[in-house]
Design a protein around this ligand. Structure first.
Ligand code: SF4
Ligand code: SF4
Length: 421
Protein backbone atom coordinates (compact mmCIF):
# COMPACT_ATOMS: atom_id res chain seq x y z
CA UNK A 1 0.00 0.00 0.00
CA UNK A 2 1.23 3.49 -0.80
CA UNK A 3 1.81 5.96 1.98
CA UNK A 4 1.97 9.06 -0.24
CA UNK A 5 -0.61 10.70 -2.50
CA UNK A 6 -0.35 9.66 -6.12
CA UNK A 7 0.46 12.14 -8.91
CA UNK A 8 -1.27 12.36 -12.28
CA UNK A 9 0.25 10.03 -14.86
CA UNK A 10 1.44 11.15 -18.29
CA UNK A 11 -1.62 11.18 -20.46
CA UNK A 12 -1.68 9.88 -24.03
CA UNK A 13 -2.93 12.62 -26.36
CA UNK A 14 -6.17 10.75 -27.08
CA UNK A 15 -7.06 10.15 -23.41
CA UNK A 16 -10.07 12.14 -22.19
CA UNK A 17 -9.26 14.76 -19.55
CA UNK A 18 -11.62 13.09 -17.17
CA UNK A 19 -13.77 10.03 -17.41
CA UNK A 20 -16.12 7.95 -15.34
CA UNK A 21 -15.48 4.39 -14.17
CA UNK A 22 -18.29 2.23 -12.81
CA UNK A 23 -16.70 -0.51 -10.75
CA UNK A 24 -18.55 -3.76 -10.14
CA UNK A 25 -16.78 -5.43 -7.21
CA UNK A 26 -19.17 -8.39 -7.17
CA UNK A 27 -19.63 -8.47 -10.95
CA UNK A 28 -23.24 -9.10 -11.90
CA UNK A 29 -24.04 -10.98 -8.69
CA UNK A 30 -27.09 -9.74 -6.81
CA UNK A 31 -29.22 -10.91 -3.90
CA UNK A 32 -32.35 -10.05 -5.89
CA UNK A 33 -33.61 -11.32 -9.23
CA UNK A 34 -35.35 -8.39 -10.92
CA UNK A 35 -37.09 -9.63 -14.04
CA UNK A 36 -35.54 -7.08 -16.38
CA UNK A 37 -31.99 -7.14 -15.01
CA UNK A 38 -29.47 -7.38 -17.83
CA UNK A 39 -26.60 -8.12 -15.46
CA UNK A 40 -27.68 -11.61 -14.55
CA UNK A 41 -26.85 -13.04 -17.97
CA UNK A 42 -23.35 -11.58 -17.63
CA UNK A 43 -22.44 -14.36 -15.19
CA UNK A 44 -21.87 -16.46 -18.30
CA UNK A 45 -18.84 -14.28 -19.20
CA UNK A 46 -16.87 -15.67 -16.27
CA UNK A 47 -17.96 -19.28 -15.77
CA UNK A 48 -17.09 -20.72 -12.35
CA UNK A 49 -15.92 -17.33 -11.02
CA UNK A 50 -16.63 -16.26 -7.42
CA UNK A 51 -17.12 -12.65 -8.53
CA UNK A 52 -15.18 -11.03 -5.68
CA UNK A 53 -12.83 -8.13 -6.35
CA UNK A 54 -9.43 -8.82 -4.79
CA UNK A 55 -7.49 -6.14 -2.94
CA UNK A 56 -4.94 -6.10 -5.77
CA UNK A 57 -7.63 -5.09 -8.26
CA UNK A 58 -9.20 -2.73 -5.72
CA UNK A 59 -5.87 -0.93 -5.28
CA UNK A 60 -5.21 -0.78 -9.02
CA UNK A 61 -8.67 0.70 -9.63
CA UNK A 62 -8.48 3.38 -7.00
CA UNK A 63 -4.89 4.34 -7.66
CA UNK A 64 -5.36 4.49 -11.42
CA UNK A 65 -8.65 6.35 -11.36
CA UNK A 66 -7.06 9.03 -9.16
CA UNK A 67 -3.89 9.16 -11.27
CA UNK A 68 -5.92 9.42 -14.49
CA UNK A 69 -8.05 12.46 -13.81
CA UNK A 70 -6.74 15.82 -14.93
CA UNK A 71 -9.22 17.60 -12.64
CA UNK A 72 -8.83 17.74 -8.84
CA UNK A 73 -12.29 16.21 -8.34
CA UNK A 74 -12.37 12.42 -8.50
CA UNK A 75 -15.43 10.20 -8.27
CA UNK A 76 -15.04 6.63 -7.04
CA UNK A 77 -18.19 4.86 -8.18
CA UNK A 78 -19.50 1.42 -7.21
CA UNK A 79 -22.28 -0.52 -8.79
CA UNK A 80 -23.35 -4.10 -9.37
CA UNK A 81 -25.01 -6.48 -9.42
CA UNK A 82 -25.32 -5.58 -5.78
CA UNK A 83 -22.06 -4.07 -4.50
CA UNK A 84 -22.99 -4.25 -0.81
CA UNK A 85 -22.62 -8.05 -1.12
CA UNK A 86 -18.87 -7.38 -0.81
CA UNK A 87 -19.41 -6.47 2.84
CA UNK A 88 -18.70 -3.26 4.70
CA UNK A 89 -15.03 -4.01 5.38
CA UNK A 90 -14.30 -4.03 1.66
CA UNK A 91 -15.61 -0.48 1.37
CA UNK A 92 -13.76 0.61 4.50
CA UNK A 93 -10.55 -0.57 2.85
CA UNK A 94 -11.53 1.11 -0.41
CA UNK A 95 -12.13 4.50 1.17
CA UNK A 96 -9.02 4.31 3.35
CA UNK A 97 -6.90 3.54 0.30
CA UNK A 98 -8.56 6.29 -1.75
CA UNK A 99 -7.84 8.82 1.00
CA UNK A 100 -4.19 7.76 1.04
CA UNK A 101 -3.86 8.02 -2.74
CA UNK A 102 -5.88 11.22 -3.03
CA UNK A 103 -3.94 13.22 -0.47
CA UNK A 104 -4.83 16.82 0.33
CA UNK A 105 -5.08 18.07 -3.26
CA UNK A 106 -7.82 15.79 -4.54
CA UNK A 107 -11.50 16.03 -3.63
CA UNK A 108 -12.96 12.55 -3.54
CA UNK A 109 -16.61 11.78 -4.17
CA UNK A 110 -17.84 8.31 -3.31
CA UNK A 111 -20.99 6.93 -4.91
CA UNK A 112 -22.73 3.57 -4.69
CA UNK A 113 -25.78 2.22 -6.49
CA UNK A 114 -27.70 -0.34 -4.43
CA UNK A 115 -31.06 -2.03 -4.10
CA UNK A 116 -30.95 -0.97 -0.44
CA UNK A 117 -32.08 -4.29 1.01
CA UNK A 118 -28.80 -5.08 2.81
CA UNK A 119 -28.24 -1.68 4.40
CA UNK A 120 -27.86 -1.89 8.18
CA UNK A 121 -27.45 1.01 10.60
CA UNK A 122 -23.72 0.25 10.64
CA UNK A 123 -23.60 0.58 6.85
CA UNK A 124 -25.52 3.84 6.99
CA UNK A 125 -23.22 5.32 9.65
CA UNK A 126 -20.24 4.55 7.42
CA UNK A 127 -21.90 5.98 4.32
CA UNK A 128 -22.75 9.13 6.24
CA UNK A 129 -19.26 9.50 7.70
CA UNK A 130 -17.62 9.13 4.28
CA UNK A 131 -20.27 11.28 2.57
CA UNK A 132 -21.30 8.71 0.01
CA UNK A 133 -24.01 9.61 -2.46
CA UNK A 134 -26.26 6.55 -2.50
CA UNK A 135 -28.46 5.67 -5.46
CA UNK A 136 -31.46 3.55 -4.51
CA UNK A 137 -33.26 1.52 -7.14
CA UNK A 138 -36.99 1.86 -6.65
CA UNK A 139 -39.67 1.78 -9.31
CA UNK A 140 -42.47 3.71 -7.64
CA UNK A 141 -45.10 2.87 -5.00
CA UNK A 142 -45.16 -0.66 -3.61
CA UNK A 143 -47.53 -2.22 -6.14
CA UNK A 144 -45.57 -0.88 -9.11
CA UNK A 145 -42.15 -1.56 -7.62
CA UNK A 146 -43.00 -5.16 -6.82
CA UNK A 147 -44.10 -6.11 -10.33
CA UNK A 148 -40.55 -6.78 -11.53
CA UNK A 149 -38.29 -6.09 -8.54
CA UNK A 150 -38.45 -9.46 -6.83
CA UNK A 151 -35.98 -11.68 -4.99
CA UNK A 152 -34.70 -15.09 -6.00
CA UNK A 153 -37.82 -16.73 -4.58
CA UNK A 154 -40.00 -14.36 -6.61
CA UNK A 155 -41.08 -12.49 -3.49
CA UNK A 156 -41.72 -8.73 -3.51
CA UNK A 157 -38.94 -6.46 -2.23
CA UNK A 158 -40.52 -3.06 -1.65
CA UNK A 159 -40.74 -3.38 2.13
CA UNK A 160 -37.07 -4.35 2.43
CA UNK A 161 -36.00 -1.46 0.19
CA UNK A 162 -38.07 0.96 2.27
CA UNK A 163 -36.42 -0.25 5.49
CA UNK A 164 -33.01 0.46 3.94
CA UNK A 165 -34.13 3.85 2.67
CA UNK A 166 -35.49 4.82 6.08
CA UNK A 167 -32.17 3.87 7.65
CA UNK A 168 -30.31 6.05 5.16
CA UNK A 169 -32.62 8.97 5.87
CA UNK A 170 -32.30 8.61 9.65
CA UNK A 171 -28.52 8.50 9.36
CA UNK A 172 -28.49 11.65 7.23
CA UNK A 173 -27.01 9.96 4.15
CA UNK A 174 -27.52 11.76 0.85
CA UNK A 175 -29.50 9.50 -1.49
CA UNK A 176 -31.24 9.69 -4.82
CA UNK A 177 -33.81 7.57 -6.60
CA UNK A 178 -33.11 5.55 -9.72
CA UNK A 179 -36.42 4.48 -11.23
CA UNK A 180 -36.65 2.25 -14.26
CA UNK A 181 -39.65 2.91 -16.48
CA UNK A 182 -41.29 -0.14 -18.01
CA UNK A 183 -44.62 -1.67 -18.96
CA UNK A 184 -45.84 -1.76 -15.36
CA UNK A 185 -45.34 1.89 -14.40
CA UNK A 186 -45.22 3.73 -17.74
CA UNK A 187 -48.87 4.77 -17.58
CA UNK A 188 -48.61 6.42 -14.15
CA UNK A 189 -45.92 9.09 -14.46
CA UNK A 190 -47.34 11.71 -12.14
CA UNK A 191 -48.27 9.15 -9.49
CA UNK A 192 -44.73 7.74 -9.58
CA UNK A 193 -43.09 11.16 -9.46
CA UNK A 194 -45.33 12.47 -6.67
CA UNK A 195 -44.66 9.32 -4.68
CA UNK A 196 -40.92 9.97 -4.84
CA UNK A 197 -41.33 13.65 -4.06
CA UNK A 198 -44.09 13.56 -1.44
CA UNK A 199 -43.89 10.12 0.18
CA UNK A 200 -40.15 9.49 0.08
CA UNK A 201 -38.94 13.10 0.14
CA UNK A 202 -36.62 12.52 -2.83
CA UNK A 203 -34.61 15.52 -4.05
CA UNK A 204 -32.83 13.79 -6.94
CA UNK A 205 -34.56 11.42 -9.34
CA UNK A 206 -33.28 9.52 -12.35
CA UNK A 207 -35.55 7.78 -14.81
CA UNK A 208 -34.13 4.98 -16.95
CA UNK A 209 -36.17 3.38 -19.76
CA UNK A 210 -36.21 -0.40 -19.95
CA UNK A 211 -35.45 -1.48 -23.51
CA UNK A 212 -34.84 -5.19 -23.21
CA UNK A 213 -34.15 -7.56 -26.07
CA UNK A 214 -35.81 -10.97 -26.05
CA UNK A 215 -32.41 -12.53 -26.77
CA UNK A 216 -28.94 -10.99 -27.11
CA UNK A 217 -28.62 -9.37 -30.54
CA UNK A 218 -32.30 -9.68 -31.42
CA UNK A 219 -34.32 -6.56 -32.27
CA UNK A 220 -37.44 -8.03 -30.71
CA UNK A 221 -38.17 -6.53 -27.30
CA UNK A 222 -39.78 -8.10 -24.24
CA UNK A 223 -43.26 -7.21 -23.04
CA UNK A 224 -41.67 -5.60 -20.00
CA UNK A 225 -39.96 -2.95 -22.15
CA UNK A 226 -41.32 0.57 -22.07
CA UNK A 227 -43.49 1.53 -25.01
CA UNK A 228 -41.79 4.32 -27.04
CA UNK A 229 -44.84 6.58 -27.12
CA UNK A 230 -45.54 5.91 -23.45
CA UNK A 231 -41.94 6.85 -22.61
CA UNK A 232 -42.47 10.24 -24.26
CA UNK A 233 -45.77 10.72 -22.43
CA UNK A 234 -44.16 9.69 -19.16
CA UNK A 235 -41.36 12.25 -19.43
CA UNK A 236 -43.74 14.94 -20.64
CA UNK A 237 -46.21 14.44 -17.79
CA UNK A 238 -43.48 14.45 -15.14
CA UNK A 239 -41.93 17.52 -16.74
CA UNK A 240 -45.23 19.41 -16.64
CA UNK A 241 -45.64 18.61 -12.95
CA UNK A 242 -42.02 19.51 -12.19
CA UNK A 243 -42.04 22.78 -14.08
CA UNK A 244 -45.10 24.02 -12.24
CA UNK A 245 -43.92 23.14 -8.75
CA UNK A 246 -40.42 21.85 -8.30
CA UNK A 247 -37.73 23.47 -10.46
CA UNK A 248 -34.80 24.21 -8.17
CA UNK A 249 -36.27 22.01 -5.41
CA UNK A 250 -36.29 18.57 -7.01
CA UNK A 251 -33.63 17.59 -9.54
CA UNK A 252 -34.66 15.25 -12.30
CA UNK A 253 -31.50 14.18 -14.05
CA UNK A 254 -33.03 14.05 -17.51
CA UNK A 255 -34.45 17.57 -17.24
CA UNK A 256 -31.15 18.98 -16.03
CA UNK A 257 -29.47 17.29 -18.97
CA UNK A 258 -32.02 18.80 -21.35
CA UNK A 259 -31.45 22.26 -19.91
CA UNK A 260 -27.71 21.85 -20.47
CA UNK A 261 -28.42 21.06 -24.14
CA UNK A 262 -30.67 24.09 -24.60
CA UNK A 263 -28.07 26.23 -22.86
CA UNK A 264 -25.35 24.97 -25.18
CA UNK A 265 -23.34 23.40 -22.36
CA UNK A 266 -21.67 19.98 -22.65
CA UNK A 267 -24.12 17.11 -22.27
CA UNK A 268 -24.62 16.22 -18.64
CA UNK A 269 -25.70 12.66 -19.40
CA UNK A 270 -23.85 10.25 -21.65
CA UNK A 271 -27.00 9.17 -23.50
CA UNK A 272 -27.43 12.76 -24.75
CA UNK A 273 -23.77 13.35 -25.55
CA UNK A 274 -22.62 13.49 -29.14
CA UNK A 275 -20.12 10.69 -28.58
CA UNK A 276 -19.60 7.90 -26.06
CA UNK A 277 -16.39 6.54 -24.68
CA UNK A 278 -15.89 8.40 -21.41
CA UNK A 279 -17.85 6.09 -19.12
CA UNK A 280 -16.34 2.63 -18.75
CA UNK A 281 -17.23 -0.43 -16.69
CA UNK A 282 -14.70 -2.24 -14.52
CA UNK A 283 -15.37 -5.89 -13.75
CA UNK A 284 -14.39 -7.53 -10.45
CA UNK A 285 -11.23 -9.06 -11.96
CA UNK A 286 -9.86 -5.83 -13.46
CA UNK A 287 -11.27 -6.26 -16.96
CA UNK A 288 -12.27 -2.88 -18.37
CA UNK A 289 -15.15 -2.64 -20.86
CA UNK A 290 -16.19 0.19 -23.18
CA UNK A 291 -19.41 0.84 -21.27
CA UNK A 292 -21.59 -0.82 -18.66
CA UNK A 293 -24.09 -1.56 -21.43
CA UNK A 294 -21.45 -3.26 -23.54
CA UNK A 295 -19.86 -5.74 -21.15
CA UNK A 296 -19.12 -8.42 -23.73
CA UNK A 297 -15.99 -9.88 -25.33
CA UNK A 298 -16.11 -7.51 -28.30
CA UNK A 299 -15.91 -4.49 -25.99
CA UNK A 300 -13.20 -5.70 -23.62
CA UNK A 301 -10.43 -3.08 -23.62
CA UNK A 302 -7.95 -4.95 -21.44
CA UNK A 303 -7.18 -5.56 -17.79
CA UNK A 304 -6.05 -2.74 -15.51
CA UNK A 305 -3.61 -5.01 -13.66
CA UNK A 306 -1.70 -5.29 -16.96
CA UNK A 307 -2.33 -1.96 -18.69
CA UNK A 308 -3.03 1.39 -17.03
CA UNK A 309 -6.66 2.44 -17.49
CA UNK A 310 -5.66 5.79 -18.97
CA UNK A 311 -3.99 3.92 -21.84
CA UNK A 312 -7.05 1.73 -22.29
CA UNK A 313 -9.22 4.87 -22.38
CA UNK A 314 -6.96 6.38 -25.03
CA UNK A 315 -6.86 3.22 -27.13
CA UNK A 316 -8.05 3.34 -30.76
CA UNK A 317 -10.66 0.70 -29.83
CA UNK A 318 -12.25 2.92 -27.17
CA UNK A 319 -12.06 6.10 -29.24
CA UNK A 320 -13.69 4.26 -32.17
CA UNK A 321 -16.43 2.99 -29.84
CA UNK A 322 -17.07 6.55 -28.67
CA UNK A 323 -17.14 8.11 -32.12
CA UNK A 324 -19.41 5.41 -33.54
CA UNK A 325 -22.30 6.92 -31.63
CA UNK A 326 -22.09 10.06 -33.78
CA UNK A 327 -20.82 8.46 -36.98
CA UNK A 328 -23.53 5.81 -37.29
CA UNK A 329 -26.52 8.12 -36.87
CA UNK A 330 -29.11 7.52 -39.59
CA UNK A 331 -30.17 10.43 -41.81
CA UNK A 332 -33.45 10.75 -39.90
CA UNK A 333 -31.45 11.67 -36.79
CA UNK A 334 -29.01 13.91 -38.63
CA UNK A 335 -31.92 15.93 -39.97
CA UNK A 336 -33.96 15.85 -36.77
CA UNK A 337 -34.86 19.21 -35.15
CA UNK A 338 -34.07 17.87 -31.66
CA UNK A 339 -30.77 16.20 -32.57
CA UNK A 340 -28.90 18.76 -30.43
CA UNK A 341 -30.65 17.37 -27.34
CA UNK A 342 -31.27 13.72 -28.21
CA UNK A 343 -28.18 12.72 -30.19
CA UNK A 344 -29.91 9.46 -31.06
CA UNK A 345 -29.74 8.50 -27.35
CA UNK A 346 -27.87 5.37 -26.31
CA UNK A 347 -26.52 3.11 -29.08
CA UNK A 348 -27.69 0.05 -27.16
CA UNK A 349 -31.28 1.14 -27.88
CA UNK A 350 -30.77 1.69 -31.62
CA UNK A 351 -32.57 -1.39 -32.79
CA UNK A 352 -34.99 0.08 -35.37
CA UNK A 353 -34.76 0.98 -39.04
CA UNK A 354 -35.98 4.35 -40.26
CA UNK A 355 -38.88 4.82 -42.68
CA UNK A 356 -36.23 5.02 -45.43
CA UNK A 357 -34.86 1.63 -44.38
CA UNK A 358 -31.67 2.83 -42.67
CA UNK A 359 -30.61 0.91 -39.57
CA UNK A 360 -29.65 2.54 -36.28
CA UNK A 361 -32.80 4.38 -35.29
CA UNK A 362 -33.45 4.43 -31.57
CA UNK A 363 -36.32 2.31 -30.29
CA UNK A 364 -37.48 5.30 -28.21
CA UNK A 365 -37.32 7.85 -31.04
CA UNK A 366 -41.04 8.59 -31.04
CA UNK A 367 -40.98 9.30 -27.31
CA UNK A 368 -37.92 11.54 -27.44
CA UNK A 369 -39.20 13.54 -30.39
CA UNK A 370 -42.44 14.19 -28.51
CA UNK A 371 -40.71 15.04 -25.23
CA UNK A 372 -38.03 17.35 -26.60
CA UNK A 373 -40.52 19.16 -28.82
CA UNK A 374 -42.90 19.58 -25.91
CA UNK A 375 -40.35 21.14 -23.55
CA UNK A 376 -38.86 23.58 -26.07
CA UNK A 377 -40.89 26.62 -24.94
CA UNK A 378 -40.14 26.11 -21.26
CA UNK A 379 -36.49 25.38 -21.89
CA UNK A 380 -36.21 28.69 -23.74
CA UNK A 381 -37.79 30.47 -20.75
CA UNK A 382 -35.24 28.87 -18.45
CA UNK A 383 -32.31 29.72 -20.70
CA UNK A 384 -33.54 33.34 -20.89
CA UNK A 385 -33.70 33.47 -17.10
CA UNK A 386 -30.16 32.12 -16.82
CA UNK A 387 -28.89 34.55 -19.46
CA UNK A 388 -30.36 37.45 -17.43
CA UNK A 389 -28.46 36.25 -14.38
CA UNK A 390 -31.57 34.69 -12.85
CA UNK A 391 -32.23 31.04 -12.19
CA UNK A 392 -34.20 28.31 -13.94
CA UNK A 393 -36.60 28.03 -10.98
CA UNK A 394 -38.17 31.40 -11.91
CA UNK A 395 -40.27 29.44 -14.35
CA UNK A 396 -42.37 28.05 -11.50
CA UNK A 397 -43.42 31.59 -10.62
CA UNK A 398 -44.12 32.36 -14.29
CA UNK A 399 -46.58 29.47 -14.47
CA UNK A 400 -48.15 30.34 -11.10
CA UNK A 401 -48.79 33.95 -12.13
CA UNK A 402 -50.26 33.17 -15.57
CA UNK A 403 -54.01 33.88 -15.69
CA UNK A 404 -56.27 31.12 -16.97
CA UNK A 405 -57.05 33.15 -20.09
CA UNK A 406 -53.43 34.19 -20.67
CA UNK A 407 -51.29 32.43 -23.27
CA UNK A 408 -49.65 29.47 -21.58
CA UNK A 409 -46.03 30.25 -20.63
CA UNK A 410 -44.97 26.96 -22.21
CA UNK A 411 -45.21 28.61 -25.62
CA UNK A 412 -47.85 26.27 -27.04
CA UNK A 413 -49.97 29.22 -28.21
CA UNK A 414 -52.98 27.88 -26.29
CA UNK A 415 -54.65 29.58 -23.36
CA UNK A 416 -53.23 28.45 -20.04
CA UNK A 417 -56.54 26.88 -19.01
CA UNK A 418 -56.51 24.65 -22.10
CA UNK A 419 -52.88 23.70 -21.90
CA UNK A 420 -51.16 20.90 -20.11
CA UNK A 421 -47.80 21.73 -21.58
S1 SF4 B 1 -23.30 3.25 -24.89
FE1 SF4 B 1 -25.06 4.28 -23.94
S2 SF4 B 1 -24.71 4.12 -21.72
FE2 SF4 B 1 -22.75 3.68 -22.77
S3 SF4 B 1 -21.66 5.66 -22.85
FE3 SF4 B 1 -22.81 5.44 -24.76
S4 SF4 B 1 -24.76 6.46 -24.39
FE4 SF4 B 1 -23.82 6.09 -22.40
S1 SF4 C 1 -35.74 12.16 -31.72
FE1 SF4 C 1 -35.50 10.33 -33.03
S2 SF4 C 1 -34.79 11.13 -34.99
FE2 SF4 C 1 -34.49 12.76 -33.47
S3 SF4 C 1 -32.36 12.49 -32.82
FE3 SF4 C 1 -33.67 11.37 -31.38
S4 SF4 C 1 -33.76 9.26 -32.14
FE4 SF4 C 1 -32.99 10.55 -33.82
Amino acid sequence: MTSAPVLPVDRPATAPRSFHVLAKPSGPICNLDCSYCFFLEKEALYPGDRFRMTDDVLHAYIRQVIESQAAPEVTIAWQGGEPTLMGLDFFRRAVAYAEECGGPHRTLHHTIQTNGTLLTDEWCAFLREKQFLVGISIDGPELLHDVYRVDKQGRPTYERVKVGLDRLTRAGVEWNVLCTVHAANQALPVEVYRFFRDELGAKFVQFIPIVERVTEGSDELTDRSVNPAAWGEFLTAVFDEWVRHDVGEVFVQMFDAALASWYGAPAALCIFAETCGNAVALEHNGDLYSCDHFVDPAHLLGNITETHMVELMASPQQRAFGNAKRDTLPTQCRECPVLFACRGECPKNRVRVTAAGEPGLNELCEGYLHFFTHIDGVMRLMVDALARGGHAGEVVETFASAGRNDPCPCGSGRKAKHCHG
